[in-house]
Design a protein around this ligand. Sequence first.
Ligand SMILES: Cc1cc2nc3c(=O)[nH]c(=O)nc-3n(C[C@H](O)[C@H](O)[C@H](O)COP(=O)(O)O)c2cc1C
Length: 200
Amino acid sequence: MNKIIIGITGASGSVYAVRLIEELCSHGKELHLIFSETGTEVFRYETGISPEEFIGKLNTPINKPTLHSNTDIFAPPASGSFIADAMVIVPCSMATLGSIANGSLRSLLGRSADVCFKERRKIIIVPRETPFSRIHLKNMLELTDAGAVILPAMPAFYNHPETVNDIVDFTVARILDQLNVENSMIKRWNGQEPCDHSSF
Ligand SMILES: Cc1cc2nc3c(=O)[nH]c(=O)nc-3n(C[C@H](O)[C@H](O)[C@H](O)COP(=O)(O)O)c2cc1C
């Protein structure tokens, strides 16, 4: 997987996108970033910087990610002839989830997702909401049936996370696994090992 589109929406969890983009850049991947309008606002609120500043600060030896405007329906990801290997929507709001599930697409982010479905390309959706309504669950089922991987930002604790970064990296590592990007961000489960519960 070398050319990857990343959609960032207005769900909480900008840090997941930050860590994913950093990791993919360190692997020299070609990234195309699309922030929804609310995604830009929430990103700025949660990280303290704008998407442009974040990209400027990225330490990328090879490719800087390309930032596309969500209103630029003429941008390359809007066409099936732009061959992306995969798209990840992280974090994915229930609003974007619903619009994609229902084919109601009025932005570059939504159109790019729709293109991935019609071209039968890999699409990974990282929803963030709790609790889920019946409508959210129905939309996720619809997207699963259409071929998406629903990969919720849902931490595990059997790996004994010690920091917020550990918790974030658990989900990011699972996204990288789906993209077939080798990573050692998490300790892989290798059967039960003795653990130290002294911190409890
Ligand atoms: C600080 C903040 C956090 C939010 N967190 C979530 C969330 O976790 N999940 C969600 O579905 N919507 C969340 N929302 C609401 C979405 O931003 C809102 O539904 C928006 O219309 C989504 O638009 P988009 O999908 O185009 O980004 C949040 C809004 C704000 C301001």
